[in-house]
Ligand binder design. Structure first.
Ligand code: PMV
Length: 323
């Protein structure tokens, strides 16, 4: 039996909007930080029945994944693509699970598809040790299953531009990631749906300064890379703050418009911003297509992490709020 795992990643410059949805070609470059502690494990073994099947992977160390029939179809169709790309024959039982709560509203498609891609490759290698594909090659294959998964092959930083995804060396290597979970459960608007709706937002074409979404994202990308190189942490925080709001404004102005932000999340973001202003330090803050607030703290800011947790951790239990 093959068993592999892959990390999720959080984008600071977002992939939102596709030029071509069949190949998941993004409209702009994106930059992500690998979430090594948020992982999906995939196992693959021969099936005696002539079909590929998916089941949740069970184990004390895992949180069970429930895939909808559409989710299963998408996962197995990516496995089929991998079988063709790698020349794998036969039929297989595939199982997967996350080491983080699957009902926490945290995007797990990046880690799931990266782990599935790696599992298919490990299976091929177990049959033919001389078979080689680079991480860049695997990332390009994985991207066809889920765009954001192509960045999960590089750690800690990955950049994905018109060429491909690859590792990018930045001076800050280790950040402490914490996610403030406000919403659990399945998202009302999937990220695939969000990708197709945002291009209809007027802000996608132009904002009040005459800049398109692509121009804004690319400008922030070069400014963010420069701010990391120069160890200008406050600037990095400001760029990431503008970037996640830009993506959420696209959601709020698309047709039909939608939002992931609850009143509680908006209030918390305001308080976080005031604290940053008052103290002149804090974490990089970003939101994905969801209501959870991701915070990246510098290694030296350990005490800050504790005090931010004490101040902002929502009193939520997965599945039900305990106000
Ligand atoms: O890979 P997808 O299609 O689930 O897209 C995810 C896009 C965001 O998570 C919202 C942003 C990103 O760059 O990861």
């Amino acid at each position: 039996m093959i068993e592999v795992s892959a990390p999720s990643n959080i984008a600071l410059i977002k992939y939102m909007g596709k030029v071509d949805s069949s190949s998941n070609t993004p409209t702009n470059s994106s930059l992500s930080y690998a979430l090594e502690n948020f992982r999906t494990t995939v196992t693959v073994e021969k099936n005696t029945s002539p079909i590929d099947e998916w089941r949740p992977l069970i184990g004390n160390q895992f949180h069970r994944i429930e895939l909808s029939s559409k989710g299963k179809e998408k996962f197995l169709s990516h496995f089929n693509l991998m079988k063709k790309a790698l020349g794998l024959d036969g039929f297989y039982k595939i199982s997967s699970a996350n080491n983080f709560p699957s009902d926490a509203g945290l995007a797990s498609s990046a880690s799931s598809f990266a782990a599935l891609t790696r599992a298919a490759y490990a299976l091929k290698k177990s049959m033919d040790v001389s078979f080689e594909i680079s991480d860049e090659g695997l990332s390009t294959l994985s991207r066809q299953g889920s765009g954001s998964s192509c960045r999960s092959f590089f750690s800690p930083w990955a950049i994905w531009d018109e060429e491909s995804a690859r590792e990018i060396k930045l001076p800050i290597q280790k950040l402490n990631h914490h996610v403030f979970i406000f919403e659990s459960g399945v998202k009302k608007v999937s990220s695939s749906e969000a990708h197709s709706r945002v291009v209809q937002s007027p802000l996608f074409k132009t904002d009040s300064n005459g800049r398109s979404r692509v121009e804004r994202a690319e400008k922030r990308m070069s400014e963010l890379l420069a701010s990391f190189q120069e160890h200008h942490w406050t600037k990095s925080y400001e760029i990431c703050w503008e970037e996640f709001w830009d993506m959420h404004e696209l959601f709020h102005t698309s047709t039909p418009a939608f939002t992931y932000l609850t009143e509680e999340v908006k209030q918390t973001l305001k308080k976080m911003q005031s604290r940053w202003k008052k103290e002149g330090c804090g974490p990089i803050i970003t939101l994905d297509a969801g209501a959870n607030i991701h915070a990246l703290f510098r290694h030296e800011d350990k005490d800050l992490l504790q005090s931010w947790q004490a101040e902002f951790e929502p009193r939520i239990q997965l599945g039900s709020k305990v106000h």
